[in-house]
Design a binder for this molecule. Structure first.
Ligand code: HEM
Length: 178
């Protein structure tokens, strides 16, 4: 029996997609904000905790999204009419999963390396480490962030190119509908 590919993504995939967009956006802005605060400032703990929590939720969502992506029927890959660009498109999609994953894992590694959990969530009263940049995981976290931003810009740029230049209404595939 031949299977006909759906015209749009499954509503669960659509929800995961836009949820990841919101989570990564807020985590990024918050990450930049907390890294601008000195570690001896008492007011740093609360936004740091929110950042860590959002990052943790992002990890769960990205894993759930990848698993459901493998299992749910999805539309055929979009085409630009150029085989090379189409291959880049597929590569960027996988890279987005990998970089969001690495972003969350490097953040968690940093939290473990620098003993953040009891300070931020256990109310231990201990001081934050003098400088997060003393930890390799912090340096990685700081390198992965702009790489992820670049990928997101490529991805969003391609979606807009499809929508407005190729006029193939690609965005409708990543929204709800019949
Ligand atoms: C998608 C998830 C995440 C994003 C987009 C994100 C983004 C960022 C960004 C942009 C920075 C500042 C980097 C810089 O300016 O060099 C940052 C710093 C940081 N992030 Fe994340 N992050 C994520 C997940 C996490 C997680 C899961 C944790 C810990 C559980 C975490 C802990 C931290 C810490 C401790 C800093 C350092 C703040 C400082 O230097 O004062 N992040 N993050």
């Amino acid at each position: 029996m031949s299977k006909i590919a759906p015209v749009r993504y499954h509503p669960l995939q659509v929800s995961f997609h836009w949820l990841v967009v919101v989570l990564v956006f807020i985590a990024f802005i918050l990450g930049k904000y907390i890294s601008s605060l000195p570690n001896n400032e008492a007011g740093k703990i609360a936004p740091l905790g929110i950042h860590m929590l959002l990052g943790g939720i992002t990890l769960v969502v990205i894993i759930a999204r990848f698993i459901t992506r493998l299992r749910l029927p999805k539309p055929d890959s979009a085409t630009t009419g150029n085989a090379f660009l189409d291959q880049i498109g597929k590569l960027v999609h996988y890279a987005l999963y990998v970089f969001v994953f690495l972003m969350t894992i490097s953040g968690m590694a940093l939290s473990l390396q620098s003993g953040l959990m009891p300070i931020v969530f256990g109310n231990s009263g201990a001081a934050l480490p003098a400088d997060f940049l003393a930890f390799t995981s912090r340096i990685l976290h700081g390198f992965i962030a702009p790489a992820l931003v670049l990928l997101i810009l490529l991805h969003a740029g391609a979606a807009l190119y499809h929508q407005f230049m190729l006029k193939d209404n690609l965005l409708a595939r990543m929204w709800y509908g019949k």
